[in-house]
Design a protein around this ligand. Structure first.
Ligand code: NI
Length: 252
């Protein structure tokens, strides 16, 4: 049984066959999914999806690329959404210096504000960190009361150790199966299995051997197989441990 801790089934890539895909992934042994929002509209969509399907949960929040649309009313919306029992985290939130839009100050302010809300509401956070490792670490460290996950972890092994020491979790996607994955493989090597989450980020980041196709939770097994190979464990064991980690982290 698998737990896909980061998916975007509200994406238009699934508009034509969403219900069918969701019933197929369930039949294939995926027992839980967290669908992450990026802004107002996608957070609402993630909640609707979670309300409709008992095995789907939601994370809500403003992604760094959508930080411009975080306004004075957004904190109140997050407070309201977190009262929904299917909403389990604030995410995905963070910093994206690859696109650098909106400007970094805006991204940092919106991340900081959502970390404050996570502390106030006592919920975990899902962090998107793209080429902003130092600043992400610097901000999350100011919130020792908050536990979080670095989704699709792309930092160094050294930074990973710091996060693990803080009690945080690391999310691994299909990127671990890519040819140029040396850096993330080093991180898998040093990361204790009880701090790992496996996730598709679908429809993006399909693992080898389906790289480039539309991704969905059925392909989690390729990620589990790769991690199992690195760790010298059985794929079923990685699936079982990451399922338990996800349950603990999202309190499902
Ligand atoms: Ni995502």
């Amino acid at each position: 049984m698998y737990f896909d801790t980061h998916a975007h089934y509200n994406d238009e890539a699934f508009d034509a066959d969403r219900s069918q895909v969701l019933s197929e992934i369930r039949d294939s042994g995926v027992s839980l999914v967290v669908n992450a929002g990026n802004d107002l509209e996608t957070s609402l969509a993630a909640m609707r999806l979670a309300e409709k399907h008992d095995f789907i949960y939601a994370a809500v929040g403003w992604h760094p690329q959508d930080a411009d649309s975080f306004d004075a009313e957004s904190p109140e919306l997050i407070r309201k959404w977190l009262k929904n029992p299917k909403v389990r985290a604030i995410g995905e939130i963070g910093l994206d210096y690859y696109y650098d839009n909106p400007e970094r100050d805006v991204q940092r302010r919106v991340l900081y504000r959502q970390m404050e809300l996570a502390r106030e509401l006592n919920v975990p956070v899902v962090i998107h960190d793209r080429e902003a490792h130092a600043d992400c670490l610097e901000i999350v460290r100011r919130f020792p009361e908050v536990c979080g996950e670095f989704h699709c972890y792309s930092g160094s092994a050294e930074m990973a150790k710091k996060l693990i020491d803080m009690g945080w979790y690391l999310g691994f996607t299909g990127v671990v199966t890519f040819k140029n994955a040396r850096r993330v493989i080093e991180v898998v090597e040093i990361c204790p299995v009880d701090r790992m989450l496996i996730e598709t980020d679908c429809p993006y980041l399909a693992p080898v051997p389906v790289r480039g196709k539309r991704n969905d939770s059925r392909y989690l097994r390729h990620i589990a197989e790769k991690i199992a190979e690195i760790k010298g464990m059985a794929p079923e064991e990685i699936a079982r441990i990451t399922l338990n980690n996800g349950r603990r982290f999202f309190r499902v």
